[in-house]
Unconditional design. Structure first.
Length: 156
């Protein structure tokens, strides 16, 4: 594996294939240790990128690093993150929605905010072919998050 800093820089590569390979390596590293979490602020900045691929990579890296977020940085940016549930690009929106259960799993205090944003989401802004896909993603995320909430409340 390459140096984590090099991989993070590679997320912005003009060659989408190379950038995606860096992303995959960072996801793998994030699942194993907290070493990638130190670049959390970079991932937050990526959410504002005009390139939807870069936005998506930032959103997903935030989600996969939720388990390392002991400083509650996600709590501070959750409203901004939830905005991308209805990104201009339906693929980015779909991937954002699919990443939310992982955030809910590691940040149960955000479950109510996440559920509220998902309930407000309106897939009608997308082409007719994409609307049912986004709707089903939202429905699946809500189901998973409800199950997490029930499990969490059963522990307390």
């Amino acid at each position: 594996m390459r140096n984590i800093s090099e991989l993070v820089n590679g997320l912005f590569d003009k060659n989408d294939k190379d950038a995606y390979n860096c992303f995959k390596e960072l996801v793998s590293a994030s699942e194993q240790s907290k070493d990638v979490y130190q670049f959390f602020d970079t991932f937050v900045e990526m959410m504002d990128n005009e390139n939807s691929y870069v936005r998506t990579r930032g959103l997903l890296l935030i989600s996969v690093n939720a388990k390392w977020d002991l400083g509650c940085k996600i709590n501070g940016i959750i409203d901004k993150y939830l905005y991308y549930i209805m990104d201009d690009k339906p693929i980015t929106a779909r991937l954002c929605v699919k990443a939310l259960p992982n955030i809910a799993k590691h940040k149960p205090e955000l479950i109510d905010d996440i559920r509220a944003a998902l309930h407000k989401a309106n897939p009608q802004q997308y082409a007719a072919s994409m609307q049912p896909l986004v709707h089903n993603d939202i429905k699946a995320a809500l189901k998973t998050i409800s199950e997490l909430a029930q499990a969490d409340s059963g522990l307390t």
